[in-house]
Design a binder for this molecule. Sequence first.
Ligand code: GAP
Length: 461
Amino acid sequence: MSISADQKMDLLVSLAKRRGFVYPDSEIYGGFANAWDYGPYGTELKNNIRDAWWNMFVRGRDDVIGLDAPIIQNPKMWEASGHVQNFTDPLVDCKKCKRRFRADHLLEARQAEPGYDKERPADLKDLRCPECGGELTDVRSFNMMFKTFVGVTEDAAGAAYLRPETAGGMFTAFKDIRDTMRKRLPFGVAQVGKAFRNEITPGNFIFRTREFEQMEIEYFVRPEDAPRAFEMWLGEMKKWLGEVLHIKDENLYYHEIPDSERAFYSVRTIDVEYRYPFGLKELYGLANRTDYDLKRHQEYSKQDLRWMDPETGEKLIPHVIEPTWGLNRTVLVTLLEHLDIDEADTTEGDKEPRMVLRLPPRLAPVKAAFLPLQKKDELARICRQLAAELRYQGIPVEYDEGGSIGKRYRRQDEIGTPWCFTADFESLEDMKVTVRDRDAMTQERIKIQDVASWVQDKLKK
Ligand code: GAP
């Protein structure tokens, strides 16, 4: 069944709350703009995505190693990186209704309007408040870093920042990693963790929030190797999207950022964009950052950050290819991509719409559910024992005996559980249970003793 873009976002936000994926944060106090709680299933999904990423790009490779740097680091690093000076958003306020907007977003919206005349491009001065039509103030630069104070007094000497990206820690730790890890170029350093930006524009659910998680790699290369490494990481990002998240190619767009729009230090940037219900927007990024970062940190720290070729003795500042993935946007895209409505049979033999999350089994928060067909001790015992056996093997499963079997299936479909096992009175005779496939809704009987290995095998595929 096709779902319209508008419907999809509404369906997702309500399913996310109803089924414990994502709740509005601090709801008892009226909520908090752009802040969300990941509920029990959302937390599992996010953890599964993070683990899959770490396994694929760190544990699964010989040339990438991990790091975990603090959120609050020496503030000098943000001067070196250029964030103190340049990490700004252009803001305007409405003089009438006092609402605040990002000027670049208003301009983009204007350019997307039907009938927009490209021959006569709109200027920021032509813009009016999109809410009330009021006059807007001049554009002001607003630094998006959250400032805080370290120590007991709130004075300039103690000022520090919550990191606006995880990348910085990989550069400040470069010297120690270089000196201790015996890596040869090319090699990468990976980090997953929270980043903070004082976003002031509406977030589209979890798309844009003030606090979010990034999964980033700084891949250090010889300058002449940078174009190859860029292509290699583009290929890896595509593989991740296709083979791990199962995102259809038609929903992705690889946006080659033109020279005029790229950060000045980048010689090539591709934004990986996704067709969200609210438009084609950024999901991930890939940039060739040249030697900008290490050079700046070398200059500001006065430390030698060159790398020495052990064979030739040549010393050089490595160039950096940076693939970056937003974890929360990955959760959003995974949910959007796999949310579907089809039809299921009711117990009365009719058809009814069924909402289902067709999550890749590796990412699903619950892998299997055990549902005794009736609330009878013998059937409950079979299901409880199977659930305990799988849990013991580290596989997250659920046991549920409450309500009609149809309702219990619907609940598991909506949280994306790939397989539901039911025990019935026949199970007591033939020692078999029925397994129902979430997507095909086909049923198959398998021996109770084979259930754990059956699930293990399926999860390997
Ligand atoms: N180190 C490079 C860097 O931080 P970025 O494009 O600013 O690049 C990387 O951020 C990724 O982080 C984005 O592609 C997006 O997935 C995610 N991201 C950025 N800002 C975000 C926000 N406010 N909320 C959620 N995710 C965000």
